[in-house]
Structure formats: C-alpha cells, structure tokens
Design a protein around this ligand. Structure first.
Ligand SMILES: [Zn+2]
Length: 464
C-alpha cells in the first residue's frame, strides 16, 4: 500500500515536471434504436458531463437519430448537441454490415458502395442534430479501408474507434487522409461498470497512462462506452443479429433491463471516473473536433527535401520523420515526382514488375516518371504499377528506382522496393474481424490486404 502510494506520488510529480499535455477523448457509441430507455441513458450521460464541464463525442447511428426524431426526443438531441457529434453507421448490426458488404469489393468500388449505403445516415444525423458529423467509427469490428475515401467525400475527417486492423504506437495517426484514433492499446481502457460503486483500478491505470504520456511529450487516452450499457444487462443487437441473423423489424427482441438502482450506480461509476481524471494536472478532455486542431495537418506544410526523401525511400518504404515533419511514403513519393503535396489514396491493387532488365534507358524512365506524376495529379491516388513501354514496375519498385535515380547518367538502375509499413497492420483476418454479429468464421483477410496497400498513406500524427 505504501509502495503504491509512493509510486503514485512519484508519477504525479513526474507528470508535473514533464508537463506534456494529456488529452482524454471520451466517446459514446449511441446506437441502440430498439430499447427506448437507451434514449434516457444518452440524455442522462450528456447532461451529467455538461454539468461537469466535460465535452464528449457521441457517435450516433443513422437509425438511432431517426427514432429519436420519431419519438419526439428533442431533449436528447439537444443534450447530445452540446457535445461533438459523430457517425456510427446507418444500421449498425443489420446485415450486411460494412465489412460484410466491403469484403469482396475493390478500393474504388467499395468506396462507392460505402457512400451509397451510408450517405443517407450521415445526412439524417446532420439534419436531426443540425451539425455535420465530425468523425466515424465502424460498428463492432466491421472495418474496411474503402470507408476512408468515402468518408473524405462525405466530409468526415476523423476516424474514432477501436480495432486491431491498423495502428501506430498506440497514438493517433494519419491513414487514408483521415486522422485515426485506433488500436490505442495501453492508452485505451475504462472504468468497469460492473465492479461496484466505482473502479479504483481504472484510476490507477489512468494515472499511469497519463504520467507515461506526459513524460513523453503528451498524447491521447481513448475511453468509450455505449449509453445502452447503463440501462441494459445485454447488448441490444446480440439477441437479434448474432452470427448473421437478420430478423424483420417486427421480430426484434428488446434487451434485458438493469434495475433503476443499478443504472444509478453505473452513472455514478462514470461520474466518479470523470472526477478522478479531471482532477489530475495537465489533463484535458477533448472531442474528435478538438483533435483536428491539436494535431499538425496531414499534408506537409513545408517543401519536402527531395534528397532526404529519396534516401528514406531507397532504404525502406514507409513513414519517416524528415526535417521535423512526419511524412508518409506517399508524401515522399509525391515530392520525388514533383507533384504538389496533397491527400492521396494508395494503390488499389498489388501491381507487378514485369520489366526484366537491370537497367532502364534514362529517356524511357523520364517518360515513366512523367506518366506517374500525371496519374497522381489526375486521380489523386498512387498507381498500382508504372509502365516502361509495354513492361511495368510495381509501385514499390518504381519508387525505389526513382529514389536511386538522382545521380543521373544514360541509364537508370532498377531497384527493388522494400515495404516497411506492413508491420502496422494485422495479418489475422479472423481474429481482427471477430464480432458476434458477423457470421461465424468471418474472415476479413481481403480487407486487410487492401488496407495494407493504403499503408503508403500511413504516418504518426504529431501534436502542434
Ligand atoms: Zn457500436
């Protein structure tokens, strides 16, 4: 006990000295459109937090927004509107869920399909809450990389959720042009609702995480709940849509309820947890919208040094810190191509190298470089391969060859690109997409393959 106390004192003293900012993003997936008392839970939580002076982020399901409107719950809509509003898919657990419908689609086709299925929900949340949703997060683990492009088109700049498909050092990162808060590891936890009047173990975890982040320049702690958890003992969707089940609306079963006293205890657990976090020096609650202003923008603001970028890409193709800027492989490639810095998508497929010789005549390579630059300017994405006449270089081999071509000469030596960003992606398509709502044995492997191609756009987000 004394040791814990001393450790606690040391940790808080440490955080005071180092003083990197610790940002807590507290978010609520507001999704249960079946049990009406979940509406009251959302209202109560939003009002409790407002009373504490804490702003959270409520990610609202399209159908949830529509039933709030139908049930005349202006009170709930107004209470949530005092916080940031995000989007949490149109139907959440009604099949097909996003991973199910994106699984066998390519990048562009999937983005179109995501937009077709989700744009109506985004528009409803926007109309009902009077604000453009600032972030999105998938239902369960139903993730797909195609949503990145669609979300940019839908005007949603932040991806706020948890999942294990992709992540960078348990802190926010840029991926597919979106600011991702995802796979936060040690920096994602909560006070458990079912351990009593409060959860002191979570306070200790918070103190440790905030001290660690403060001492390393600052960072984000991600904490989430669902309003429905405060009023029901089971999830609203598990009894209806598990393992691919898709009953019609009239057959939907309501979840079991907590007693009023038990709900009161749950609200108390959250309130006490928030009190504890608020009381720590250097801790600030932020919304998904605040995060966009706290982090440096995705597109490099100062010109990328082409020589340094070439050195990086010739070694390993992945993100790097160059002259104080966090650069993705795509940022560096654009600089080498002399294309204006901008948000691009990665390749849509694994291109192949068919070029069989070891050297390329310099004029032929110059044509290829011009062609690649033209492709990026036109489509705002990276090509799968680049042609040398009738033969091709995969994007990775092209990038490595381009990086090594600066020295000049009559011929350019073909280099093999080494992809360095694959380690930031999950390789387990079953485990990463394991969600009780997905059909048993659902394997999201193809989505991980597609997601890995977008690793060209991956890089850590840096606090301003
Ligand atoms: Zn959800």
């Amino acid at each position: 006990m004394v040791r814990v106390l001393i450790l606690g004192l040391l940790l808080s003293a440490w955080s005071l000295i180092a003083a990197g900012p610790v940002h807590v993003v507290l978010w609520f997936d507001t999704e249960d459109y079946i049990e009406p008392s979940s509406d009251d839970a959302a209202l109560r939580i939003a009002n409790d937090l407002t009373a504490e002076g804490v702003r959270a982020t409520f990610k609202v399901v399209g159908e949830k927004a529509r039933v709030l409107e139908k049930r005349g719950r202006r009170d709930v809509i107004q209470a949530l509107s005092r916080h940031a509003i995000g989007y949490h898919s149109n139907w959440h657990s009604v099949h097909p869920t996003p991973s199910e419908y994106l699984l066998h689609m390519g990048y562009l086709e999937g983005a179109d399909e995501f937009e077709r299925r989700e744009a109506g929900g985004v528009a409803d949340v926007k109309r009902i809450f009077g604000t453009q949703p600032i972030c999105y997060g998938q239902p369960g683990s139903s993730w797909g990389p195609q949503s990145n492009l669609a979300l940019r088109r839908l005007g949603i700049p932040v991806y706020l959720d948890e999942g294990e498909q992709v992540g960078v050092d348990e802190q926010p990162f840029w991926y597919g042009g979106l600011l991702y808060v995802f796979r936060m590891g040690k920096n994602q936890f909560r006070a458990q609702l079912n351990v009593g009047a409060e959860d002191p173990a979570a306070y200790q975890r918070f103190d440790e995480a905030s001290a660690r982040l403060a001492s390393s320049g600052g960072g984000v702690i991600s904490i989430y709940y669902h309003p429905n958890e405060f009023v029901t003992t089971e999830f609203w969707d598990a009894g209806n849509f598990s393992h691919g089940a898709n009953p019609p609306r009239e057959a939907w079963r309501k979840p079991h309820l907590r007693t009023a006293d038990d709900s009161e205890r749950c609200y108390g657990v959250l309130r006490k947890f928030v009190h504890h976090m608020k009381a720590q020096p250097g801790v600030r609650f932020v919304t998904a919208k605040d995060l966009l202003t706290l982090y440096k923008p995705a597109v490099p603001v100062t010109a990328v040094d082409r020589k340094l970028a070439a050195e990086k890409l010739a070694g390993s193709i992945g993100f790097a810190e160059v002259q104080g800027q966090s650069l993705s492989a795509a940022d560096m490639l654009l600089a080498l191509l002399d294309v204006k810095a901008q948000t691009v998508d990665g390749p849509t497929a694994q291109g192949s190298t068919t070029y069989s010789k070891g050297m390329i005549p310099a004029p032929a390579f110059q044509v290829a470089v011009k062609d690649a630059a033209e492709f990026v300017r036109r489509f705002h994405r990276l090509p799968n391969q680049v042609f040398i006449g009738a033969e091709s270089l995969s994007l990775a081999d092209f990038a490595a060859t381009l990086a090594g071509s600066a020295s000049g000469g009559a011929e350019v030596k073909v280099a093999r690109g080494r992809i360095g960003f694959d380690s930031y992606f999950s390789t387990d398509g079953k485990r990463s997409f394991n969600w009780v709502i997905h059909p048993e044995g659902f394997d999201g492997g193809p989505l991980l393959d597609l997601g890995r191609l977008q690793g060209w756009t991956l890089k850590p987000a840096r606090l301003k």
